[in-house]
Design a protein around this ligand. Structure first.
Ligand SMILES: [Zn+2]
Length: 226
């Protein structure tokens, strides 16, 4: 349609109020501007991944550039596995510090009110999947991590086994969590849970509202190389 209009030299005017505004974009932080004369080389690839603005690639607080691994999981990207060349080039332009991935100050952006294409998923009350979750913990007055061990769809509750960050094994890009062996949030009523086949002992567990839990996606067991 647009190319037809161009061929026929047909122009049309749109009332200023009806222009499509692309939210969150700023010309200075447009990938096109940042990559400059190299942009045409990568135009097709960027379009394929629906990437136009630096905002889409930075951390929720707008001060750090996400890793390609994180960006590849966003809902808008086509899920490229390997770090594309344009991204490596972009990093050279915008990063202040390559270790922390902090952006140069002129590339900082405001915090948006959405999650930049990162999907927030909730545990399904109807199945018995033992998801790793993050949950608001009213006893600690902050969120804590854990693994669902039992769901009760009727009253929307679940028993969550407490897991904690392993500060020795963790690195920034891939945090490692381990089973809590017991702390103040444990409730003795949940020391054991019974399944059809067996009785499980839980060292640190409590009952929570299932709807307060969000699933930690892409979690996988760490292979023990020792
Ligand atoms: Zn604990």
């Amino acid at each position: 349609m647009l190319s037809l209009c161009q061929q026929q030299k047909i122009d049309f005017h749109v009332n200023n109020d009806q222009h499509n505004l692309i939210l969150g974009g700023n010309l200075q932080r447009e990938i096109r501007t940042i990559l400059g004369e190299d942009f045409p080389k990568y135009k097709k690839q960027l379009r394929l991944n629906n990437i136009m603005f630096l905002e889409q690639l930075s951390s929720p607080n707008g001060k750090f550039l996400s890793t390609w691994k994180t960006i590849g999981r966003k809902t808008f990207t086509a899920g490229l596995a390997r770090t594309p060349k344009w991204f490596k080039e972009l990093q050279r332009h915008v990063l202040e510090d390559h270790n922390t991935r902090r952006l140069q100050q002129n590339y900082f952006t405001d915090s948006p009110s959405h999650f930049k294409g990162t999907e927030i998923t909730f545990p399904n009350p109807q199945n018995s999947a033992k998801e790793f979750v993050s949950i608001w913990n009213p006893l600690l007055f902050r969120s804590s991590l854990g693994r669902i061990r039992m769901k009760n769809a009727e009253n929307n509750t679940c028993v969550i086994e407490h897991w904690i960050v392993d500060e020795i094994a963790s690195i920034t890009a891939s945090p490692v969590i381990k089973l809590c062996t017991g702390c103040d949030i444990h409730h003795p009523d949940f020391s054991t849970i019974e399944t059809k086949a067996t009785v499980h002992n839980l060292y640190c567990a409590n009952l929570y509202h299932l709807s307060n839990a969000t699933v930690i996606s892409n979690s996988r067991p760490v292979l023990d190389k020792r």
